[in-house]
Design a protein around this ligand. Structure first.
Ligand code: GLA
Length: 400
């Protein structure tokens, strides 16, 4: 009898600890985050207005769900140690704000850090993990981005596992977005800890640059893209590589924004927009809300693209999709336009990871140009095209 009780008790303890929420984030998470555009200048009015915009401007319809507040929402802890939002910026409190976001059919996300203070110097979760997770559950939080500032004396796997267990014990399903910048190779250990993990340092709205801040640096789109190449086999449904949030609409050219968005879709990356959704241009919205391109990102197979060939700064990437389909993206890293010519029957496209092969020699695929939203013939004919500088051509290939 004692033994049976022990086994039952252990089963209960395993279900309360030692796992993440299953069946969550099975396709890459889609939403918005305040950091890129607003940094610490966040308040409840802004968040409500962003939720209003997302719900009505086509973003929600295209699949965006999460409205996430990044750093600097925090006030102080109360006498019992419970975290409070900044009373000037969030006078109505987080529960009311989460209720508002939910009333728009959207989900609500928040940010903390595994250390004592966030990167912005606000109170963070170290030593308060279970208390914070309970608070978030009471507020109605659906998404937690968990940062890594001030954690020099912590081990990442332990620190992130503690917060995972705290969230799970609190009982409300929360997408757990790990943000330790790839410093501890989370792709090797975090599959059962988080739903996504940052793979690099912070992005900046620049296509091809490395910005040196002395103690840290920021990378442009191409620098981040190149760091993803060895990581594709570690991602899959519920556990994604995160090459950082989108900079679409934050200052790059339309071509660069299109290339950035396309490659993040090819990488099955989380699509977290970072621009001002209340005032974006038509071109920006057309990029962020292109459903055919988003369908590549959200494909149920959840396999990242790989670089099939690269020459003179022109890279051809392939992403296996469900039902024997493929996405192909031709990325021009150069400033000047380049001509391409693809004779399909001579292309041997094999993915050892997903065990897929296009078999262009025996199979024919229809071609759909995903940015022109137009059919473009099939793989029976040589494809000749021009790719503008810092831009892409993106196709969907469906077997005929
Ligand atoms: C780190 C993260 C960013 C952002 C800031 C907030 O730099 O990587 O994405 O959350 O902290 O302070």
């Amino acid at each position: 009898m004692k033994r049976i009780l022990f086994i039952l008790a252990c089963a209960a303890c395993v279900s309360a600890h030692g796992q993440k929420f299953e069946q969550l984030d099975l396709t890459p998470q889609m939403g918005w985050n305040s950091w890129h555009k607003f940094q610490c200048d966040v308040n409840e009015e802004l968040i409500r207005e962003i939720a209003d915009a997302m719900a009505t401007n086509g973003m929600k319809d295209a699949g965006y769900q999460y409205v996430n507040i990044d750093d600097c929402w925090q006030g102080q802890r109360d006498a019992q140690g419970f975290i409070q939002p900044d009373p000037k910026r969030f006078p109505s409190g987080m529960k009311a704000l989460a209720d508002y976001v939910h009333s728009k059919g959207l989900k609500f996300g928040i940010y903390s850090d595994a250390g004592a203070k966030t990167c912005g110097g606000k109170p963070a979760s170290r030593g308060h993990e279970y208390q914070d997770a309970l608070t978030y559950a009471q507020w109605g939080v659906d998404y937690l981005k968990y940062d890594w500032c001030g954690c020099e004396d912590l081990k990442a796997q332990g620190a992130y596992t503690t917060m995972r267990d705290a969230l799970h014990a609190a009982g409300r399903p929360v997408v757990f977005s790990m943000c330790e910048w790839g410093d501890n190779k989370p792709w090797l250990w975090a599959k059962d800890v988080g739903n996504s993990w940052r793979t690099t340092t912070d992005i900046t709205p620049c296509f091809d640059c490395n910005v040196d801040h002395k103690t840290w640096h920021q990378w442009g789109v191409l620098q981040i893209l190149d760091a993803q190449k060895p990581l594709r086999e570690y991602a899959g449904p519920g556990h994604w590589n995160d090459p950082d949030m989108l900079e679409v609409g934050n200052g790059m050219t339309v071509s660069e924004d299109r290339a950035h968005f396309s490659m993040w879709c090819m990488l099955a990356a989380p699509l977290i927009s970072g621009n001002d959704l209340r005032s974006m241009s038509k071109e920006t919205l057309e990029i962020l809300a292109n459903k055919e391109v988003i369908a590549v990102n959200q494909d149920a197979l959840g396999v990242e693209a790989f670089e099939h060939s690269g020459k003179d700064g022109v890279e051809v990437w392939f992403k296996p999709l469900s039902n024997d389909s493929w996405a192909m993206c031709v990325l021009n890293r150069n400033i000047e336009a380049k001509q391409i010519s693809i004779d399909w029957k001579n292309e041997k496209v094999t993915d050892n990871f997903s065990k897929r092969d296009t078999h262009f020699d025996t199979a024919t695929y229809s071609l759909r140009n995903l940015w022109l939203k137009a059919d473009a013939g099939d793989t029976g004919k040589i494809l000749n095209a021009e790719v503008p500088g810092h831009d892409v051509l993106m196709f969907r290939l469906d077997k005929i």
